[in-house]
Design a protein around this ligand. Structure first.
Ligand SMILES: Nc1ncnc2c1ncn2[C@@H]1O[C@H](COP(=O)(O)OP(=O)(O)O)[C@@H](O)[C@H]1O
Ligand SMILES: [Mg+2]
Length: 196
């Protein structure tokens, strides 16, 4: 496995995320072993989410874990949604379907307000852009709680829509985002729903 490029920001105390290449296939290698037991636990837990969400369009494919505390996934040649403005309603319909599919497998994502976790795969065709969701370190598997707590993910989806394509929000949606943003000013809610 050849390491091509470091994708994570080394100044954050996070996992090392590398673009790697093996037998002509480019992949992403995430390794948190330097953080010892806790780091291994976090990445192994994340790997379990990639396994659970296998086959969903918009979730990078999981290739396996070369060792405990590391994982290999599909490389998405896209950029963070932070870099985008005025994406079409078609894109947000895709994002909404992606979140629904994740929820239907009993998973709450919980980290959507961090826009670096949502990549956009570009397209030459308008509306052809595809959303890809990364980083399942703070997700929760709990089919029983999905109904009660999916409002956190739904609210984050609206927050992103407001940041990227505010013209697409209906009046009630704008009110909801404003309410959520006010709540996230409160410390506890900020921990749960704070954004970039
Ligand atoms: N599958 C991937 N394809 C392309 N880029 C990726 C992929 N996984 C991670 N990255 C890049 O690496 C960064 C850090 O990865 P992430 O899984 O979010 O780790 P962290 O826990 O450090 O936030 C992402 O914000 C993204 O820019
Ligand atoms: Mg991240």
């Amino acid at each position: 496995m050849n390491k091509l490029k470091l994708l994570s920001n080394p100044s954050h105390h996070q996992a090392d995320v590398w673009l790697v290449e093996e037998n002509g296939l480019r992949m992403v290698y995430k390794d948190f072993r330097k953080k010892g037991f806790i780091g291994r636990f976090i990445v192994n837990r994340e790997a379990s989410f990639y396994r659970r969400l296998r086959g969903i369009k918009g979730v990078p494919e999981y290739y396996g874990s070369p060792s405990s505390g590391s994982l290999l996934i599909e490389y998405i040649e896209g950029e963070s949604i932070k870099k985008y403005k005025n994406l079409s309603s078609v894109f947000f319909e895709k994002l909404s379907r992606l979140m629904d599919e994740i929820h239907s497998r009993g998973v709450l994502y919980f980290d959507l307000r961090h826009m670096s976790n949502l990549l956009v795969l570009p397209s030459a065709v308008a509306g052809g852009e595809e959303p890809f969701l990364l980083d399942y370190g703070t997700s929760l598997y709990s089919p029983l709680l999905v109904k009660a707590l999916k409002f956190v993910d739904d609210g984050a989806e609206l927050y992103i829509k407001q940041r990227v394509s505010p013209e697409l929000l209906s009046a009630p949606e704008t009110m909801r985002v404003k309410k959520m943003n006010r709540l996230s000013g409160i410390w506890f809610f900020n921990k749960l729903a704070g954004g970039d």
